[in-house]
Ligand binder design. Structure first.
Ligand code: HEC
Length: 198
């Protein structure tokens, strides 16, 4: 009798809950796997065993723009302009009003090539008037470029946009470089004008 009650009570009980394994969704597993594989390959292909001081292995030459042209090699005035001048004077040669003077149509670019050579070799700081507008900024010196590169640059700006002046020879820069050992930039337009024969 009592046994009967006990077994009926047991029948009313629910089964004990059991912890089951619930696998992560397939999509999440695939994404994780792809990321892991990408990471491993990325590290593998980035030369993990190389000296860390080599960084991403770009050399100074890669970062410092066009390499100095070997003697006799043709220089690319356009590329030099893009690398050294366009940041200020703009690729269009128009400059920025009130800040960087235009090269397109500039009397300094068309004028006496000795003056232009000196602008590039020594730089200018102070008041200068270009196409009727006054500027008072600082143009850096480019004496670190070779004579051939400077001649390529000067020839490029003299014949680009609406400019139609002749090319200049590298000898001009060689000569002007020797002629003046100033280390400071020219003091504005007046100091440049003083270079011209009276
Ligand atoms: C950091 C900005 C800067 C860079 C880079 C620069 N210039 Fe200039 N440049 C100036 C400024 C500013 C002046 C005006 C200087 C002044 O106000 O005294 C000027 C003036 C000139 C002038 C005389 C004025 C005119 O507009 O004709 C010439 C020519 C010139 N730059 C050519 C170049 C060339 C070529 C390069 C590249 C090799 C170059 N500049 C790079 C800022 C720059």
């Amino acid at each position: 009798m009592s046994l009967d009650i006990e077994s009926r009570a047991q029948e009313r009980e629910n089964v004990d809950p059991e912890e089951t394994i619930r696998p992560i969704p397939l999509a999440a597993a695939v994404v994780t796997l792809v990321m892991v594989v990408f990471g491993v390959l990325y590290i593998f292909f980035s030369e993990p065993l190389a000296n860390s001081q080599w960084g991403d292995q770009r050399t100074l030459a890669d970062l410092s723009g066009p390499r100095p042209a070997a003697a006799g090699a043709a220089v690319d005035g356009k590329a030099l302009f893009a690398a050294h001048c366009a940041a200020c004077h703009q690729a269009t040669g128009q400059g920025l009003p009130g800040v960087f003077p235009p090269l397109d149509g500039s009397e300094w670019v068309h004028g006496d090539t000795r003056v232009l050579a000196n602008i590039l070799l020594h730089g200018v700081t102070g008041e200068i008037s270009v196409k009727g507008a006054k500027f008072n900024g600082t143009m850096p010196s480019f004496r670190q470029l070779s004579d051939a590169e400077l001649a390529g640059l000067a020839s490029y700006i003299r014949s680009s946009w609406s400019n139609k002046a002749d090319a200049v020879p590298a000898e001009l820069f060689a000569r002007e470089r020797k002629a003046d050992d100033r280390t400071a930039p020219f003091e504005g337009g007046a100091a440049l004008q003083a270079l011209l024969p009276k």
